[in-house]
Design a protein around this ligand. Structure first.
Ligand SMILES: Nc1nc2c(ncn2[C@@H]2O[C@H](COP(=O)(O)OP(=O)(O)OP(=O)(O)O)[C@@H](O)[C@H]2O)c(=O)[nH]1
Ligand SMILES: [Mg+2]
Length: 365
């Protein structure tokens, strides 16, 4: 018989996780630790003292700027794509991410300036006392510059975490965003069409963030994007709805709009049609394909619309074929070296027959 466990009563205050220390604590810790290891050579003690002071300033300053730069670089190389930036703006607010990046950039500049100034002061300083004083002054101001950007470093860490939980879309691959009201069978369709295995459940807002799968449709590889449900209430979107709206607007080559006429989802056909109408109005020129889902549960047929069921498989092949037909034309080829734009001077040289045209490189064997 399995032994019953005695419930352990938590101690007062236990289980409450203390807030993590601000990012500046770790950054400065590393910098000061590196600086304290400075072990300069020199023939005399005063020479060694001056060099040690100099090394402390240079090392701590450089370690801090390197750490801040690597945070910036993680967003800059490669730069965030259009969809990622839009998702970040939707989740964190317009300009918030950009402002934090800018403040960290400015902090790096200030720290570099401070370091140059301290090095100059140190060159004029004499004796152990004055060196120590300059190091303390530098450490103090360095710390306050880093502490000042603590809220920005926290925000950038949140943005990174948010983006890590989002799929990376390849902008060169066409994307079908599967969208519509909650609980209408979007994720079930994503699973039927692609490699993704999103959670499917009979309650609204099962999907809370976008997810991507891949599918071979005809000769082409597609990204199939699962999106959270949208209720279409203007000005009242929750974060999941706002994310879906952004994905449809900024990430979709084609929108596959799913309407559930069975009543199972809990939403009326009229409210679903109203969302479809709004998106069509707001996204002119964007191809929309509409499927009526859960065809095993209803007999409704609307001319020009697909009917699909993941229970019986009805309409799934027809849906694949319809998507394959909507394949957008391949991206325009890169300009041949011959057609590279010439400057006015180059053009006149060309007219006078003086400029040899760049030749296309012979293909490698
Ligand atoms: N009978 C029937 N049920 C379906 C069909 N497709 C999906 N369902 C069911 O409908 C419910 C919702 O399916 P999901 O795929 O999670 O719906 P969703 O639109 O992704 O929902 P959210 O992520 O909450 O927006 C689940 O219980 C599915 O099993 C279908 O073709 N026929
Ligand atoms: Mg879903």
């Amino acid at each position: 018989m399995p032994r019953s466990r005695t419930p352990v009563r938590p101690r007062a205050g236990a289980g409450r996780i203390p807030p993590p220390p601000p990012p500046s604590v770790e950054i400065l810790d590393i910098a000061f630790r590196r600086a304290s290891l400075a072990n300069p050579h020199g023939r005399t003690k005063p020479e060694r003292d001056r060099r040690r002071a100099h090394l402390k300033i240079v090392r701590s300053g450089a370690t801090v700027t390197r750490q801040l730069q690597s945070i910036l670089r993680s967003f800059e190389r490669p730069p965030l794509g259009d969809l990622d930036l839009s998702l970040v703006r939707t989740r964190f607010g317009e300009g918030i991410f950009e402002r934090s990046m800018q403040r960290v950039r400015r902090a790096i500049e200030r720290i570099r300036g401070l370091q140059r100034e301290s090095e100059r002061t140190l060159a004029r300083a004499e004796g152990f006392e004055q060196y120590g004083e300059e190091i303390r002054r530098f450490y103090g101001r360095l710390s306050s510059h880093v502490r000042e950007v603590d809220p920005d470093l926290v925000r950038l860490a949140e943005v990174r975490r948010f983006l890590r939980q989002r799929p990376r879309l390849d902008p060169a691959v066409p994307t079908v965003a599967i969208a519509g009201f909650p609980n209408v069978g979007k994720s079930a369709l994503v699973a039927a069409l692609s490699t993704a295995r999103p959670r499917v459940a009979d309650f609204p807002f099962t999907t809370l963030a976008i997810e991507v799968g891949h599918a071979d449709l005809g000769f082409d590889r597609w990204q199939i994007l699962d999106t959270p449900g949208v209720l279409g209430r203007t000005g009242k979107a929750n974060p999941a709805e706002a994310e879906a709206e952004t994905a449809v607007r900024r990430g979709a080559t084609i929108v596959l709009f799913v309407i559930d006429p069975s009543g199972e989802s809990g939403y009326t056909v009229e409210e679903q049609e109203a969302l479809l109408d709004r998106w069509r109005r707001e996204l002119p020129g964007r191809p929309f394909l509409v499927t009526e889902s859960k065809a095993d549960l209803h007999e409704r047929r609307v001319g020009g619309r697909l009917r699909t069921s993941i229970r019986t498989g009805e309409g799934i092949d027809a849906l694949r074929a319809a998507l394959a037909e909507l394949t957008p034309p391949p991206p325009a080829p890169a300009p041949e070296p011959d057609s590279v734009a010439l400057s006015e001077d180059e053009r006149s040289e060309e007219r006078m027959g003086r400029r040899s045209r760049p030749r296309a490189r012979a293909p490698a064997d």
